[in-house]
Design a protein around this ligand. Structure first.
Ligand code: 6GU
Length: 231
């Protein structure tokens, strides 16, 4: 997978690149590149945004600057680009990210994430250059960078080789393997702590019973939507 992020803050991704599962994925042949529109603007002072027509607060990323940045990076008219790869505008009002959407993206050979800043994008960027709009939830972040890292994290960890164990991403919360339900509870040593015992079945060595118990706990958690109830 080639994952490109268009951002005014490419440095933010240096830290992200060094995280283990990301580093593993990159060593395995996947790519995470950044593109800074500021490097491609022809406007004076490195200008990339402007005040909104019609008035109002904040600044809006300019369509001409985004056009120039994408065109130079991909050597393609950005209008054509979205038929060659997913080009995704990160915006709080977009399609909300969930496990199925992550799977969809993980199956793509190449993705470009556009990070908005300030009040966001000139709508013509979304209309003419993008295949999707994506949101990580119904709240507003100051910019798309953290959302891009959330998407990249969720997608890259699905790719073979990025996690330590091949099964780690199969039977996990919200996966098809668990019928879309949250994951079952986990326990490790000690088997008893302050009188709190690990469920006997997990110590029994009966793999079939363990599988059934886990599936039942996962189903329970799924039935109580909004997360597992805590006492
Ligand atoms: Cl993708 N961007 C911004 N700025 N805020 C968000 C978001 C994205 N998803 C949820 N809130």
């Amino acid at each position: 997978m080639q994952l490109d992020v268009v951002t005014l803050f490419p440095d933010w991704f240096d830290w992200f690149r060094d995280q283990r599962h990301v580093a593993n994925a990159l060593r395995g042949g996947h790519e995470l590149r950044t593109l800074n529109p500021r490097d491609h603007t022809t406007l004076s002072g490195g200008q990339v945004d402007d005040t909104p027509f019609g008035g109002g607060a904040g600044m809006v990323l300019r369509v001409d600057v985004m056009d120039a940045a994408l065109r130079s990076f991909y050597d393609t008219d950005p209008v054509e680009l979205r038929s060659q790869r997913r080009v995704i505008a990160l915006t709080p009002g977009g399609r909300v990210l969930d496990d199925a959407y992550v799977d969809e993206l993980a199956a793509e050979p190449a993705i470009t994430l556009l990070c908005g800043r300030y009040e966001g994008f000139d709508e013509r960027i979304v209309q003419h250059f993008c295949s999707d709009t994506l949101s990580i939830g119904r709240y507003v972040l100051a910019g798309g960078e953290l959302a891009a890292m959330v998407v990249a994290d969720a997608v890259l960890r699905k790719l073979p080789g990025s996690l330590g164990h091949a099964d780690s991403a199969v039977e996990e919360s919200f996966s098809a393997a668990l019928g879309g339900n949250p994951e079952y509870p986990h326990y490790t040593r000690p088997a008893e702590y302050r009188g709190w015992r690990v469920p006997d079945v997990l110590l029994s060595g009966h793999h079939e019973e363990i599988r059934n118990w886990r599936r039942a706990r996962s189903d329970e958690r799924g039935a109580s939507s909004g997360g597992s109830p805590l006492p």
